[in-house]
Ligand binder design. Structure first.
Ligand code: NAD
Length: 520
């Protein structure tokens, strides 16, 4: 029996008898079991068709408390499990993720609408975080110094925090969760995850795979829900740390609330990522790479390149002409059709918002070069689609420039110098990712050295750090001191303890000493 056969979707998708017999109800995963707790529920859409495909339970405070209690009970034994055994669970989990990749990408496609090969890329990036977490025995070795004083040795160890929480967005239903819990778990913590209510099924399946991999019950729990569930986590005294990824206003709220109740917090927010196109850039390559970076995943990526800053009108005109030609060839539609380049937006409300941003740009004086507002793929006329959209003559005062659109919309700004382009980026409230296209090493070096952004690409449009580095933006794209995953993830999910030890001989009696001990 392969693992796909073992997985029974109905185990976590309980049938809701109040709805039609085929409508699934998605519950929670608490203490190693799928549970159904509350009567409050919310629809989950198939964004390609616009239809309600499932319902998800919305946890109340009691359900959140039960998940936290399960995690608390599991913590002492999990903390004391040898790190190599914790890592072995993660090794097995990685294997199961690979064996079940098809099912995971299917769930992503059904609820997010992301096309299959993009979902595979998301999953692969997530698996790389699992691979890094498998190195926990090395990562947690600590630091040791012999003879820091006469017969005194000192070492630092990295102990788990206890019960920690993660709150994730809809746009990477698997990957962002995998940024968080693999590292938290191998470090010896227990975890409560609150995924986005818009794409909730994937992490319940991941919970099932963790159980199959040998993770003890209670170590990993999932509560589905909305703001109430988040608030219950933020205010619970037993939650030691909160990782959040989502929009900036919510990130700021999470960070302020969590830290005001004494919790460690990292809260990653929204973005406005600019690409500077220098006159010496290879324009054909720029156009090809901009297409994927701006319209891939329908622009619903925090690292999407949404603003192209052309240095010189000549550059802008050529880029726009070529983009216009290439954009006509883009295909968007159902996730399972491998000919498609991207899928729908997540909800009708989000589609309305993206359309409103395009309209506001037009009203404020920008020029719509390619308009995707009325795009409707054949057979999916009721889906939440916006076609690829190109807008020229954007200026810094426009709402569509100041705010994150999070849709398949590329805006072009025209400047005269690289300094002017860099000033725009440095003045923007977000500082997640950026890229410069150039063949000039000196310009690229100056750019990477002086730009006020956390993740920088040089001829690389989506400079998402690999799993053994860490991910995070500057300014209002991240609240907290440590980045997500990689080496910062190890530090975030552990607490340093420094032990200084001596074993004095019974014959030696020490003199009283009131001065600060030194080696002088
Ligand atoms: P969101 O902020 O609406 O939701 C994120 C999470 O917060 C969800 O689990 C949601 O249930 C919860 N939430 C929503 N409203 C809340 C409230 N009022 N109080 C408490 N919790 C609340 O984000 P989203 O729409 O799911 O995701 C898109 C956003 O995430 C974009 O802004 C994108 O840039 C950002 N994002 C950032 C990164 C990054 O690494 N910086 C990565 C992915 C997505």
């Amino acid at each position: 029996m392969n693992n796909l056969e073992h997985f029974n979707a109905d185990e976590f998708n309980n049938t809701d008898s109040a709805q039609t017999s085929t409508t699934q109800m998605i519950g929670h995963f608490i203490n190693g079991k799928v549970v159904s707790k509350t009567s409050k529920r919310q629809p989950v859409y198939n964004p390609a068709t616009g239809e309600v495909s499932k319902f998800v339970e919305i946890a109340d405070q009691q359900t959140v408390n039960e998940a936290i209690q399960a995690a608390e009970r599991a913590f002492p034994a999990w903390r004391d499990t040898p790190v190599i055994k914790r890592a072995r669970v993660m090794f097995k989990f990685k294997q199961l993720l690979e064996e079940n990749a098809g099912k995971i990408c299917e769930l992503i496609g059904q609820e997010h609408g992301k096309i299959s090969h993009d979902a595979q890329g998301e999953l692969q990036r997530g698996i790389e975080n699992v691979e890094y977490a498998c190195g926990a025995p090395e990562l947690l070795k600590g630091e040791y110094s012999k003879n820091v004083g006469p017969d005194i040795d000192s070492w630092s160890e990295f102990q788990p925090l206890g019960v920690v929480a993660g709150i994730t967005p809809f746009n990477f239903p698997a990957m962002v969760a995998l940024w968080m819990f693999p590292m938290a778990l191998v470090c010896g913590n227990c975890f409560v995850l609150k995924p986005s209510e818009k794409a909730p099924s994937v992490v319940l399946f991941l919970a099932e795979l963790l159980k199959q991999a040998g993770l003890p019950d209670g170590v990993f729990n999932v509560v589905n829900g909305d703001k109430d569930a988040v608030d219950a986590l933020l205010h619970h005294a037993k939650i030691q740390a909160v990782s959040f990824v989502g929009s900036t206003p919510i990130a700021e709220y999470i960070y302020r609330t969590a830290t005001s109740t004494g919790k460690r917090c990292q809260a990653l927010g929204g973005a406005k990522n600019h690409a500077i196109i220098m006159p010496d850039a290879d324009i054909d390559n720029v156009v090809t790479s901009l297409l994927g970076a701006a319209f891939g995943s329908s622009g619903e990526r925090c690292m999407a390149l949404s603003v192209a800053v052309a240095v010189g009108d000549e550059v802008a005109d050529v880029v726009i002409t070529k983009l216009k030609q290439e954009m006509q060839k883009l295909k968007f539609g159902y996730y399972a059709d491998s000919n498609n380049d991207f899928g729908p937006l997540i909800t009708q409300m989000h589609k309305d918002k993206v359309q409103a941003y395009i309209q506001s740009a037009e009203q404020q004086g920008a020029k719509i070069v390619v308009d995707g507002r009325d795009a409707k793929p054949v057979g999916y006329e009721h889906g939440f689609f916006v076609g690829p959209t190109l807008i020229d003559q954007i200026s810094a005062e426009m709402t569509s420039y100041q705010q994150e659109i999070f849709g398949p919309v590329l805006q072009v700004m025209r400047v005269d110098t690289m300094q002017e382009a860099m000033q725009l980026i440095n003045d923007h409230e977000y500082g997640n990712g950026t890229c410069i296209y150039t063949r000039d090493g000196e310009a690229a070096r100056y750019f990477s050295n002086n730009i006020q952004v956390g993740m920088v690409g040089i001829n690389v449009p989506l400079p998402v750090p690999v799993a053994y580095h860490s991910f995070g933006g500057w300014k209002r794209s991240l609240f907290g001191d440590l980045y997500a995953y990689g080496p910062d993830g190890v530090r975030f999910y552990t607490r340093r303890k420094t032990i200084t030890q001596r074993w004095p001989s019974a014959q030696i009696r020490e003199a009283k000493q009131f001065a600060m001990p030194t080696l002088n």
